[in-house]
Ligand binder design. Sequence first.
Ligand code: ATP
Ligand code: MG
Length: 425
Amino acid sequence: MIKAVRGTRDLLPPDTDLWNRVEAQVRDVFARYNYHEIRTPIFEDTQLFSRGVGEETDIVTKEMFTWEDKARGQSEKAQSLTLRPENTAGVVRAYIEHGLDKKGTLQKLYCIGPMFRRERPQKGRYRQFYQIDAEIIGPPSAGSESPLRDAELLEMLATLLDEVELHDWQLQLNSVGCAEDRARYNQALREALQPVVHLMCADCQRRAETNPLRVLDCKVPEDQPIIEKLPKIGQYLDEPCRAHFAAVQSMLNAVGIAYTINERMVRGLDYYTRTTFEFTHGGLGAQSAVLGGGRYDGLSESLDGPKAPGIGFAIGEDRLILALQSQGEKPAEKVQAYIAPLGAGMNRHALKLARELRRAGISADIGDETFRLKKSFESAEKAGARFIVIVGENEVAAEQFAVKNLASGEQVQVPRADLAAHLQR
Ligand code: ATP
Ligand code: MG
């Protein structure tokens, strides 16, 4: 038997009803904050990620699905391609490629779709997973560097999580400063790590050489006491970065959004500058981050684009759904009306009635072909319908149908013209 590949999974009803409910609410929130959708390809030139995300990140060193695409004919070149592991690099590539900076305004873009990382599959960690991404990017003259953008984005996330009814989330906030701050901090980390690094995991020993900041990402339990004692990044921020971070915090305070500062949170991608953040939820176990994001003021330039500071986030949709389910979130409501034809001759009448109701906005299903009342009631219960509507010869002749509310047991005769309104209630 052929099965879904390890780390991938099928999403089935009724879970997909919850996924769709969340996506519809999220699109609604984005629209109110003036974001518009962008759809970028699922695979890109490998270099976009090695240069954009960073050579020394876990994503690039071990998690990418990459293949050599052979040339077909003379017009094509062989090329290394990669399934996107994240989408900020793709959005910034599109921003540069289409000259969106020339519009001179802030671009508020969002995207919903699958990402791919070859990680060890476990609860909340898959090889194909879904992200809801949003980015604010634009020339500095449009205010893209302003701390207001950081605060606005975080406030939107708080609203978005409230509207999808995720309870008890926590916002963790940090600033990783600018490139110069991080150079100084990396130097301090290098020195602090020197006497202890031999006690750490093999990955950390390599990171301590190539990119000491990444040591803070380490998830090996034995390494944690050492990491706790390392210098904190806050001490290495220059004055503009310090002021930027303070402004973000004061605006969050003004709109009443609670957060905790977590100086260890440097995030797993090299392009971040200044503000970084994660929203976590207790219902998720070890993989507690529902979403993560931050500022990336230099990313466009590192991809040979114009200066285009930006800030964005990616919600792990799989984890958001898991967190909602951990709260006892129920699948979406089932069908409103189950239409039961009493005999083969009634099928066309049932179909006609179903057409009228569906076009009036009622979700309806038509019964099976047993044409017996008892069996029809059982099927309607099984379908989880709210009402059953009986379509027999007498009903059709009288233009009046027997309607039973399956929850309360109440049964009434309803004239055809009033049926949609009755079922809507
Ligand atoms: P983690 O620390 O959990 O590995 P990350 O720092 O790699 O997360 P990002 O690259 O910032 O995560 O992605 C943003 C969000 O996407 C995460 O907060 C998480 O909710 C989700 N995510 C990341 N990797 C996976 C995965 N393999 N399966 C499911 N969701 C994921
Ligand atoms: Mg990860």
